[in-house]
Design a protein. Structure first.
Length: 163
């Protein structure tokens, strides 16, 4: 009986250890992801964080992208003229919460210029779900785009909800 209890205890500890290891890998992956995003200089490295079958939803703007090729075309850092303003990186993280392989990140994008238009700052909440290979399989963005008149339109992401 004592051996059985010790065996169960060891298995429980090993289970907790692997959970912690998985959470550590997820945390390190997302730290690397946001550092790459923040520096905005290695687009291929940025895209390496995404699984081939990723889904990205931009709730406010009304976009849903399916697959890495659509995500790549949407984020394309080489499209247009982009300039960081105020000598800052593109984003600051203010809070991050991790549960299993889901990460919720809050922060804001700093002011920037895109095609001669000054944009930001924009507050954001991003939710990322990762697979067992630590690749992003789902991303949900809530970004407070301003000026508002430039970002009205898109799909109604509320369709299909019932009360």
């Amino acid at each position: 009986m004592r051996t059985l209890l010790i065996g169960i205890g060891v298995l429980a500890l090993l289970g907790c250890s692997s959970l912690n290891d998985s959470s550590k890998v997820t945390s390190l992956t997302m730290q690397s992801y946001f550092e790459t995003y923040r520096q905005r200089s290695d687009f291929n490295g940025f895209m390496d964080f995404y699984a081939d079958d990723v889904v990205v939803q931009d709730i406010v703007y009304g976009n849903e992208l399916a697959g890495k090729s659509e995500v790549k075309a949407f984020f394309d850092w080489n499209r247009g003229q982009f300039e960081l303003l105020d000598g800052k990186d593109i984003l600051t993280i203010t809070r991050q919460t991790l549960e299993a392989q889901t990460v919720v990140t809050e922060g804001y994008f700093h002011r920037f210029r895109f095609n001669d238009q000054t944009l930001g700052p924009w507050r954001f909440v991003m939710i990322h779900e990762l697979d067992d290979d630590s690749k992003i399989i789902k991303q949900v963005d809530w970004i407070n785009y301003t000026p508002r008149e430039n970002f009205l339109g898109g799909l109604d992401m509320n369709e299909g909800l019932s009360e």
